[in-house]
Design a protein around this ligand. Sequence first.
Ligand code: ZN
Length: 254
Amino acid sequence: MNWYYVEQGQQAGPVSEEQLGEMLRGGKIQPDTLVWREGLAEWTPCRSALGGTPSDSTTGATGEPTAEAVCAECGKMFPVEETIRYGNARVCAACKPVFLQKLQEGAPVNTGELRYARILTRFSAVVLDGLILMVVNMALGFLLGYISAIAARHNPSAIVSVQFVLLALEVAVAASYETLMVGKYGATLGKMACKIKVVIADGGRVSYLRSCGRYFGKMLSSLTCLIGYIIAIFDNPQKRALHDHLCNTRVIYR
Ligand SMILES: [Zn+2]
């Protein structure tokens, strides 16, 4: 494999990987000397580049996993050395042409900074999800109402148990909806429509477990006379509600 390195501001090489290692040990190049080989998206300091071959790009020279970065364009994870940097953003090799094209055209690009969703946007998403769940709950209500009407002919107290079943079902439906949608897509239908999504503090995706915890955190936000929601208005710029504090999540624009 041919390596190139920077010597007195000039590109030098090619040299083999062994030679490069020898030069590093011999002090001819420093650990922070920029080196490059085919397959690397950009010139990389020698210390992080050596040992990271294309077939073994997720482990560094020490066998430790190397840092990974999320591509700002496709959102997939890549070893940092396989991405190029733009501002705070990193873009994978495959997305680089599209990303640069967007930059040229002046189209909005994701520069890696989280754009926290405004309260009104989040509120709209909550209302939309509320409407969706209301339709589902009404259907459930009709179905169970019908069942309880039949059951009540034989046993009038059955209505009470049916009410409990209905309540449990409504919570189960809402919890599954939120957990599965946010865990899989990062957003419920309401959030998708408002072009926002839930992420963890560094912009990464939310796991199913965290998503489920967040749903029950939301219950707590509601139970505190909505104070859990109201605090988001004063949390600048991240706009975290109580459930975002509890689960270390943020709501951002896609
Ligand atoms: Zn990409």
